[in-house]
Design a protein around this ligand. Structure first.
Ligand code: DOR
Ligand code: ZN
Length: 337
C-alpha cells in the first residue's frame, strides 16, 4: 500500500471566472477568494453593468479596498456592448477581456447581445487590439441543448477572427471539450461544480436550489469528458469557479436564482478530486499555469498549502449558502504565504 499524500502546495492559484458582486455581498465574498487565490477574473454582470471606464475604475477601487492586504490580483472584465475602437483602447490597460452574454440567458444579462452578427464590428476591434473575448455560450433552446446549440457560433467566430482569443466560459459538455482541439484560438474555463455534479444531483431527487446554475449541470458522459480534460491538464482549459453568490432568499425561493457559491471550498474540493484520480501532479497546471500561458499573465507570488485535515464547511457566510454547506471536506488550507 502506497503512503497517502498528506500535503499539497499550489503556487499562485487562479480562479479565471468569478462573481464578486458589489456592496455588502462583495464585502462577504471577496475575502474568501482573496485569501486562498492569487488572482481571479471578475465578471461584469452587475446592475448597471460594468461597461464603461468610470464604472470600471469605481468597481476596481471597491474591490481593492475590500481585498485590503491580501495578495490577490483582480483581473477585470467589461460587459460586451457596441464599443468604439477608442473606448476599447482606453479600457484595455484595465481589463483582461470583454465578456459577452447573449441577451437574457442568465443573471443580469438582459443588456446582452441579441444577435451575434450585429456584434461583429466590436469583435473585430477586439481582435485588432488583442483583447480576449470571453463568452457565455448558451442559446435560448431546450435547456440541456443550449451549449451544444451555441457551438457553431464559437466556430464561426473562431474562423472569422483567427487572431482573436475566444474563451468558452464554464463549459459543461463533451462537445465543447472536443471543440478545444479543433480551433487554435478557442480556449475554455470549467467550474468545480460541473466537474462534480450532473443534472441528477440538481433535480434527480429532491430539488437542490443551491446546485442550480447556468449552464445547468449535464449528463454523466459530459461530466466525465470535463473531468478527463481537467485531470489531464488539457493546456487550453483553465479553472474558473463561476462562484456566483446569491442571498438565501433568492435561492430558496419560488423562482430560484442561478448560481453556486464555491469560492471558499474550491481549492479543497479540487485537491480531493485530483487526488481521487491520481492526478495531483496536474493540479498546478489546471489551477494556475494554463491560465498564465493562455492570457500571458504573471500573477503575484503566493504559496497555498493544503493538508489532509478534515474541515467542516460553514452552513452560511452571512446570508449565502456555500456548496458543501455543513459537510466535511477532507482537505484544509493550512498555510498561505
Ligand atoms: O449560474 C450562474 N450564475 N451562471 C451565470 O452565468 C451567472 C451567474 C450569476 O451571476 O449569478
Ligand atoms: Zn459566471
Amino acid at each position: 500500500m502506497v503512503d497517502q499524500i498528506k500535503q499539497v502546495v499550489i503556487n499562485s492559484p487562479l480562479d479565471m471566472h468569478l462573481h464578486f458582486r458589489e456592496g455588502r455581498m462583495a464585502q462577504t465574498v471577496i475575502p474568501l477568494s482573496s485569501y486562498s487565490f492569487a488572482g481571479g477574473v471578475v465578471m461584469p454582470n452587475l446592475v448597471p453593468a460594468v461597461n464603461n471606464l468610470k464604472r470600471l475604475t469605481g468597481y476596481i477601487q471597491e474591490i481593492k479596498s475590500i481585498i485590503d492586504k491580501d495578495i490577490f490580483e483582480p483581473y477585470m472584465t467589461v460587459f460586451f456592448k457596441h464599443y468604439s475602437y477608442q473606448e476599447l483602447e482606453q479600457l484595455k490597460p484595465y481589463i483582461l477581456g470583454v465578456k459577452l452574454y447573449p441577451a437574457g440567458v442568465t443573471t443580469n444579462s438582459e443588456e446582452g447581445v441579441a444577435a451575434i452578427n450585429k456584434a461583429e464590428t466590436t469583435i473585430k476591434y477586439l481582435e485588432e487590439l488583442e483583447i480576449p473575448l470571453m463568452i457565455h455560450g448558451e442559446t435560448h433552446g431546450f435547456v440541456l441543448d443550449r451549449e451544444k446549440m451555441f457551438l457553431p457560433i464559437f466556430e464561426h467566430l473562431a474562423q472569422t477572427f483567427p487572431r482573436l482569443k475566444i474563451i468558452m466560459e464554464h463549459i459543461t459538455t463533451a462537445d465543447a471539450v472536443s471543440l478545444l482541439n479543433e480551433y487554435e484560438n478557442i480556449y475554455a474555463t470549467v467550474t468545480l461544480h460541473h466537474l462534480l455534479i450532473t443534472l441528477d444531483d440538481v433535480a434527480g431527487g429532491l430539488l437542490r436550489p443551491h446546485l442550480f446554475c447556468k449552464p445547468i449541470a449535464k449528463r454523466p458522459e459530459d461530466r466525465e469528458a470535463l473531468v478527463k480534460a481537467a485531470i489531464n491538464a488539457h493546456p487550453k482549459l483553465m479553472f474558473g469557479s463561476d462562484s456566483a453568490p446569491h442571498p438565501l432568499d433568492k435561492k430558496e425561493a419560488c423562482g430560484c436564482a442561478a448560481g453556486i457559491f464555491t469560492a471558499p471550498i474550491a481549492l479543497q474540493a479540487l485537491v480531493d478530486l485530483f487526488e481521487q484520480h491520481n492526478a495531483l501532479h496536474n493540479l498546478q497546471a489546471f489551477v494556475s499555469d494554463n491560465a498564465q500561458s493562455i492570457y500571458r499573465i504573471i500573477p503575484p507570488q503566493k504559496s497555498v498549502t493544503l493538508e489532509r485535515i478534515p474541515d467542516k464547511v460553514p452552513n452560511m457566510y452571512d446570508d449565502v449558502v456555500p456548496m458543501f454547506a455543513n459537510q466535511e471536506l477532507s482537505w484544509s488550507i493550512t498555510q498561505v504565504k
